[in-house]
Ligand binder design. Structure first.
Ligand code: VGL
Ligand code: ZN
Length: 214
């Protein structure tokens, strides 16, 4: 039907990361130009029969919030029991409007919403493995049981939740393709360049959505 190099197949799953009000313009942790991901994601959604969404889902007082650490400010790094943790403004608190998935997403055929970051003391950028690098979210098992071998990642933010999810997808044995124009980054202190380097080292592929066909 098309001559695109990459064809979405039955063993491919589109993984849409954290397209939530708090990461969009006006949100508590707004990603610059974050709403630019919506149109390309909706277009990708028309190419993939299988779609999984993630939702950052923190309890109030979460350990990743600067406000939970007296004297600390957002975007500083703290040391938590599992290692360094960037401290964020309070965001994506369970059940609040800021945690809602964007109503502009046109993905009615999405098959699973996986929530992450719900343990009070552990962050989870990755859709697969929490920030202690040990606690599983269960997503790899789900994808494996469904017979998927490759995930295409898009959403927010490229340098945090998308990158960590892509790297952990590789660690779990999946091929991983990040669709660059369907992501936007927080990009502070070189975080985006570092993330692309880490992803490349992990064998994550990088594509534009125009290269993908259904
Ligand atoms: C994210 C920072 C904190 C993300 C989530 O979705 O990239 N970033 N929580
Ligand atoms: Zn978060």
């Amino acid at each position: 039907m098309t001559s695109n190099a990459l064809q979405a197949s039955e063993t491919d799953c589109l993984l849409v990361i954290d397209v939530q009000a708090d990461f969009l313009p006006g949100g508590a942790l707004a990603v610059p130009d974050g709403d630019a991901v919506i149109a390309p994601i909706n277009a990708l959604g028309r190419l993939f029969r299988h779609v999984v969404l993630t939702q950052d889902w923190h309890p109030a007082g979460h350990a990743s919030f600067a406000a939970s650490h007296p004297g600390r400010a957002p975007f500083e790094t703290a040391t938590l029991p599992y290692g360094p943790q960037v401290l964020w403004p309070e965001h994506c608190v369970q059940g609040t409007p800021g945690a809602a998935l964007s109503p502009a997403l046109a993905l009615p055929h999405a098959q699973l919403v996986i929530r992450k970051g719900y343990r009070p003391g552990i962050d989870s950028y990755s859709a697969f493995r929490e920030a202690d690098r040990e606690t599983s979210t269960g997503l790899a098992g789900y994808l494996r049981e469904r017979g998927f071998t490759r995930v295409f990642l898009c959403g927010l933010a490229t340098d945090y939740c998308v990158a960590w999810s892509a790297i952990d997808a590789r660690a779990a044995g999946f091929q991983a393709v990040v669709v660059e124009d369907a992501c936007r980054a927080i990009d502070r202190d070189g975080s985006l360049e570092r993330a692309w380097g880490d992803m490349a080292a992990a064998g994550v592929e990088r594509e534009e959505s125009g290269a993908i066909g259904g």
